[in-house]
Design a binder for this molecule. Structure first.
Ligand SMILES: C[S@@+](CC[C@H](N)C(=O)[O-])C[C@H]1O[C@@H](n2cnc3c(N)ncnc32)[C@H](O)[C@@H]1O
Length: 224
């Protein structure tokens, strides 16, 4: 899926997104924000913030920046922020999370909720999340990864050709993701209905592994 397809899909989803994916995904949003233990003054970046369903969950005093590629999704996040007077939200910006304008080490914690199986290059997204997060900072990812049960993963593979319509890749193997990104995960926590989604927690420590750096470089070459 290229970025134009993603924009088109989420332009279509924006109106009904909260109805279909609000309550269903909310336990995962709550779990990750509780895990982040955001302290006053901490600089938080949420990539692919969507309609901003997570924003009221951040504690007052945190300094939350949200970005999204979809103007329609972001408009809803802005309306929510204004309506609910969310002072913890410092900026909502339209930006490609694979090519962010932020300087290196701009944030203490960076989070992606239900985004890594949506973007064209998950390796490039994670490389960017690491770049803008300070060394020793924290990275959090909530996503569905290919199911361990062969029957379920078989069904997910059948859905794979519909990824352009669905707006995400239903067959997204965790092992490939970890290999390509070089992310050293400290915790994996099942979230949402039947634990079908996973919360990954990682520290922004070492440089990406050679394979992650290669995957990142290859995806950058494809982008130019
Ligand atoms: C499944 S929605 C998740 C939205 C939100 N995080 C939530 O919890 O509901 C995926 C979001 O990622 C955004 N997105 C996809 N690719 C992106 C990119 N390259 N840069 C920024 N946002 C992107 C989409 O526009 C959409 O809002």
């Amino acid at each position: 899926m290229d970025i134009r397809v993603i924009e088109k899909v989420y332009r279509r989803y924006a109106k009904g997104y909260d109805f279909y994916f609000g309550a269903l995904f909310q336990p995962g949003r709550k779990a990750v924000i509780e895990r982040m233990h955001c302290r006053p003054g901490e600089r938080i970046l949420e990539v692919g913030v969507g309609t901003g369903l997570s924003l009221p969950l951040y504690p007052p005093g945190a300094q939350v920046t949200g970005i999204d590629i979809s103007g329609e999704m972001l408009a809803r996040a802005r309306a929510r922020t204004a309506r609910d007077g969310l002072k913890q939200v410092v900026a909502l910006l339209r930006m490609d999370a694979e090519r962010m304008y932020f300087r290196d080490n701009s944030f203490d914690k960076v989070v992606a909720m239900y985004v890594v199986s949506v973007v064209p290059s998950p390796a490039q997204l994670v490389a960017e999340m690491r770049r803008v997060c300070r060394p020793g900072g924290e990275l959090y990812i909530v996503n569905h990864f290919q199911h361990a049960n062969p029957l379920v993963s078989g069904a997910e593979r059948l859905l794979a050709p519909l990824s352009r319509l669905l707006g995400f890749h239903p067959d997204f193997p965790l092992q490939n993701f970890l290999h390509e990104t070089g992310l050293e995960v400290s915790e994996r926590i099942p979230v949402n209905v039947l634990g079908y989604w996973t919360l990954l927690c990682a520290r922004n420590g070492k440089a990406p592994s050679a394979s992650a750096a290669l995957a990142h470089a290859a995806s950058r070459m494809r982008a130019v």
